[in-house]
Design a binder for this molecule. Structure first.
Ligand code: ASP
Length: 589
């Protein structure tokens, strides 16, 4: 090391020591003949006093320097209680400029909060400068701590860290693959894995019993605020297990992270809720249970109504306490909100203090209208919103409204960690424009998790006869309305697997060509097994105190796609296209 101490770690007990420090000029202040700089390194900053050093006047922000000097206590009254090194300063004897800095694209100092006035693209474009700032660097340190805790807990539980290939073939998550052309076999392509799913199942056939990997996953989906084309999972698989093993392990992992990073002791076991209850009560498969505002089912109450709007498979309601005071403009705002989600609008009823009702459903039969406030538990002064339509779509609309209303009215307690295992997901769902996997026809059924997920024992014998009603052994871990992870107990019997493929319309040939190697392996005594994958980026972001997963990625892609730093993706040269077999040589055309 060319330095003896870390600038940010100097304390009063170091007073009197001669030190050599290396770091960056964070700030410079001139005070009549004396220059002060804040010298910053990975551990923090310390004040350096430069007297009679010619170089002092020419130093600029973010130059990299080497300082030799003596640590002393600051003169009484000039201590800085906001700085861990604030009791001391370093009186420089020499200062060597190691390298100068060009003019900065944005100031490094002066805004240490994690996001700032600088726009995202510029931050990612100059991420190496962005990471000189305390907040962004702290987020990466928190991530490293999370990763290290994960590894420790997994190893303490006897799991082996095993790497699986990145150059492989399509995996079953159903998103679009990133493809890699292969020079040595023109016309043949690797796919980057959407997860290590198939390999981790093969490792169970191998008898390794306990696998984990901090695995990069690649999914060619539209970039969004909370989605990036590559992301990291803590990927886990184990043999001879049941759901309790996964829940126990997941709780140990999460509780350790919250304890060691946030100093929060989480109560375990976490709550559990079936998918059916989550949808019925909260209109979501990842319900935010920090607040009430539960949905009410009115389908039975309005059955047989002449009121056209309510002649639907499902009619549900959400009570907004105090919502009767919504202005015309606010009510129009909710209509626009509903339309922006693809609904026709949202019906409502306002109950004034005298209990009189007005709104868009007053043409409902009088008896039914009168019965509504009691049925939904509304009081004078409340508003009631209604959604009618297909069951799932009506519930999801009200579920989203519940969150929007709670946010708008400040009903979400910010200081709670509501962890929840959501269990017993449906095994299949009808294919729709939203969930059609690449290569699937737009009719029939698709697997809700992935096609290796086992049905619950009660449904195992005849699930293929009633795919719409069957439950699977899939589970998700949810925190405050966010999904942190998900997995399932897998199918390990060929006959059951075949019936799943039949149900989702995957022919033997297709199954053979997509997953033939796994099915072949399953002929050799596969053990019962299952697993889970936790979103490492999401978990790290939460404990780092940010909503944005990009903040815990060293070099993130921007939300509009692409990497502003390297400029990737870029076109390739005609020669590379030829070599990759994308273009044919002129003589072959
Ligand atoms: N491979 C699944 C996923 O990435 C997780 C699992 O089933 O273990 O979502």
């Amino acid at each position: 090391m060319i330095c003896t101490h870390a600038a940010g770690q100097l304390r009063r007990s170091d007073a009197g020591s001669t030190v050599v420090l290396a770091g960056w000029v964070a700030r410079r202040r001139d005070h009549g003949g004396v220059t002060f700089i804040d010298l910053r390194d990975a551990h923090g900053r310390v004040q350096v006093v430069l007297r009679d050093l010619d170089i002092a006047g020419s130093l600029r922000a973010e130059w990299c320097v080497l300082v030799t000097g003596e640590v002393r206590e600051r003169p009484a009254g000039s201590e800085n209680p906001n700085l861990p090194t604030g009791e001391v300063e370093v009186v420089a004897v020499t200062l060597e400029v190691l390298s100068e800095s060009a003019e900065l694209p944005f100031p490094i100092e002066g805004f240490d909060e994690i996001t700032s006035a600088v726009d995202e693209r510029t931050r990612w474009r100059y991420r190496y400068l962005d990471l000189r700032r305390e907040g962004p660097a702290r987020a990466l340190r928190t991530r490293a701590k999370v990763t290290s805790i994960m590894r420790r807990v997994m190893e303490a539980n006897g799991f082996l860290d095993i790497e699986t290939p990145y150059l492989t073939r399509s995996t079953p998550e159903g998103a679009r693959d990133f493809l890699v052309p292969v020079r040595l076999q023109p016309g043949h392509w690797y796919a980057l894995p959407q997860s290590p799913q198939l390999f981790k199942q093969l490792l169970m056939v191998s008898g390794l019993e306990r696998y984990y990997q901090i695995a990069r996953c690649f999914r060619d989906e539209d970039s969004r605020a909370d989605r990036t084309p590559e992301f990291t999972q803590l990927d886990i698989e184990l043999s001879f297990l049941d759901e309790e093993d996964i829940f126990g392990l997941g709780e140990e992992l999460i509780a350790s992270i919250w304890r060691e990073v946030l100093d929060v002791e989480l109560p375990t076991p976490f709550a559990r809720m079936s998918y059916a209850d989550a949808m019925r009560r909260f209109g979501s498969d990842r319900p935010d249970t920090r607040f009430g505002l539960e949905l009410v089912d009115l389908t039975a109450l309005v059955a047989g109504t002449e009121f056209r709007v309510f002649q639907a498979e499902h009619v549900g309601a959400l009570v907004v306490p105090g919502g009767a005071s919504y202005s015309r403009k606010e009510l129009d705002g909710w209509q626009d909100w509903a339309k922006s989600r693809g609904a026709k609008g949202i019906a409502y009823l306002l109950l004034d203090e005298a209990g009189e009702a007005r709104g868009t459903i007053t043409r409902l039969e009088e008896d039914t209208l009168k019965a509504i406030p009691d049925a939904v538990g509304a009081s004078p002064g409340d508003a009631v919103f209604f959604a009618a339509g297909g069951r799932r779509e009506a519930l999801e609309l009200l579920g989203a409204l519940r969150i929007a209303v709670a946010k708008q009215r400040g009903l979400i307690p910010e200081d709670r960690w509501d962890f929840l295992w959501v269990t017993e997901f449906p095994m299949f769902e009808p294919i729709s424009a939203d969930n059609v996997a690449v290569g699937e026809s737009e009719q029939g059924w698709t697997a809700v998790h992935h096609p290796f997920t086992a049905p619950v024992p009660a449904d195992e014998a005849d699930f293929h006869k009633r795919p719409g009603e069957v439950l699977s052994r899939a589970y998700d871990l949810v925190l405050n309305g966010m999904e942190l992870g998900g997995g399932s107990i897998r199918i390990h019997r060929a006959e059951v697997q075949q019936r799943v493929f039949d149900t989702i319309g995957l022919s033997r040939e297709e199954a053979e060509s997509k997953f033939g190697f796994l099915l072949e392996a399953f002929q050799y005594g596969p053990p019962p097994h299952g697993g889970i994958a936790f979103g490492l980026d999401r978990i790290a972001a939460i404990v780092a105190g940010t909503d944005a997963i990009r903040e815990v990625m060293a070099f993130p892609k921007s939300s509009s796609g692409g990497d502003p730093l390297t400029g990737a993706p870029t076109p390739i040269t005609p020669k590379q296209r030829l070599e990759a077999g994308i273009d044919k040589a002129p003589e072959q055309q």
